[in-house]
Ligand binder design. Structure first.
Ligand code: GLU
Length: 309
C-alpha cells in the first residue's frame, strides 16, 4: 500500500507518508504489530531551572529576559531529534531536550520557552535577524558557518549516511550513486558533500528530509542522504520500507547556533552543556529520545570553547 508507484504528485506522496506516520503515532502498528515507541514524557529528565542566573553581557539573553520568553529554532519533522506533534503542537526529541536543558540552565522556566521551526537553509538568517535566540536542530559546526553564526558545543557527533528502500540492492555507499537520484535538504552539508565529491549523482534538494523520504517511498528518488542520526529515525519508523546502508562517510559535529557576536551566550551554553553532561541529564535525554532509534548513548564529544573571532 505504501509503494504508490503510480501516485502522480509529491502532494499525494506526502499524504501517504503522513498517513503512515499518523497511524504509527496513533498506535496502529502495521499488520497489527506494536507501534515504534516515541519519546515517553515520564522518561525525560526534569531540568532544574537556575532561577538566579544572570547574563546581562549577552544581548540575546538580556533581550529574551525583557521579552519574558526564549524563542528557540528547531526542526519539526526529524524523528527522535526534533518532531512537532501536529495535534498538540508539542515538540519532542533529543535536540528539543538539549534546547530545554540549556534554557533551564540560563534561567528560563519551561513555560517561558517557545519553539519555532526553521529549515536547514534558513538557520543563519534566522539567527542573524533575531527571529530566534538560539537554534538546536542537527546543525553541523563548520568554519564556513562560523563566519555567519556562533556555535556552542558540539553536543553530539553524527556522520553522513544513505537511506534507501528495503528492496534496493545496488546502493551500499556513496560510490554507488553514479546516475542515481539522491535527495537531500537545501543548504545542508550532506547536499554540499555529494555535489562536491560525487558529481555523477543526480542531486535533488527540498526544504526538508521528510519530503525526500516521501519521494523515496514513491520511487521518485533512489536514496536520501543526510546525517545517520536523522536517517536512522526515519528507518526506525518504517523498517519494512527503508534501511540505512553503509558506513558514515563524514563527521557532523552538532552545535547550538547562536548569533555570531554573542560570545557571552555561546560560552554560557558551553558551560551549561558541560554541566548537563556531567550530571547525567545528557545521557538520560539521549536514551529517552534518539536512543529509541537503536543508537546506544555515546560519550559526547569534547566541547570546543573557541576564541571570539
Ligand atoms: N548536519 C547537517 C547540516 O547541518 C545535515 C542536517 C541538517 O540539514 O540539519 O547541514
Amino acid at each position: 500500500m505504501l509503494r504508490t508507484r503510480n501516485s502522480r504528485t509529491g502532494r499525494a506522496a506526502a499524504l501517504v507518508t503522513g498517513l503512515l506516520l499518523a497511524a504509527l503515532a496513533a498506535g496502529c502498528g502495521k499488520d497489527g504489530s506494536p507501534p515504534v515507541k516515541g519519546p515517553r514524557l515520564e522518561a525525560l529528565p526534569v531540568y532544574e531551572v537556575d532561577t538566579g542566573f544572570e547574563l546581562p553581557e549577552s544581548p540575546t539573553w538580556a533581550k529574551a529576559k525583557r521579552r519574558g520568553h526564549l524563542v528557540i529554532g528547531a526542526k519539526e519533522d526529524q524523528p527522535y531529534l526534533g518532531e512537532k506533534d501536529p495535534a498538540s503542537g508539542i515538540y519532542s526529541g533529543f535536540d528539543i531536550e538539549i534546547a530545554r536543558m540549556l534554557a533551564a540552565s540560563i534561567g528560563f522556566e519551561p513555560k517561558t520557552i517557545s519553539f519555532r521551526t526553521i529549515a536547514s537553509a534558513n538557520r543563519e538568517t534566522a539567527l542573524q535577524n533575531g527571529q530566534i535566540d538560539y537554534y538546536v536542530g542537527t546543525y553541523t559546526i563548520n568554519d564556513m558557518r562560523k563566519k555567519l553564526v556562533g556555535f556552542a558545543g558540539p553536543y553530539y557527533m553524527a556522520g553522513q549516511g544513505l537511506l534507501v528502500r528495503t528492496d534496493e540492492d545496488d546502493i551500499s555507499g556513496p560510490q554507488d550513486l553514479d546516475g542515481k537520484t539522491v535527495c537531500s535538504a537545501a543548504g545542508s552539508t550532506p547536499y554540499q558533500r555529494i555535489a562536491a565529491d560525487f558529481p555523477k549523482a543526480v542531486l535533488v534538494a527540498y526544504d526538508t528530509y521528510s519530503i525526500c523520504v516521501d519521494n523515496l517511498l514513491t520511487y521518485q528518488v533512489d536514496a536520501v542522504t543526510t546525517d545517520d542520526a536523522i536517517l536512522l529515525g526515519f528507518a526506525a519508523k518504517a523498517p519494512d520500507e527503508m534501511k540505512v546502508v553503509g558506513r558514515p562517510f563524514s563527521e557532523e559535529p552538532y552545535g547550538v547556533g547562536v548569533p555570531r557576536n554573542d560570545n557571552a551566550l555561546r560560552l554560557a551554553l558551553d558551560d551549561a552543556l558541560e554541566a548537563n553532561e556531567e550530571n547525567g541529564n545528557w545521557k538520560k535525554a539521549f536514551e529517552a529520545t534518539l536512543g529509541l532509534s537503536g543508537v546506544p548513548a555515546p560519550t559526547p564529544p569534547p566541547i570546543d570553547r573557541y576564541p571570539a573571532n
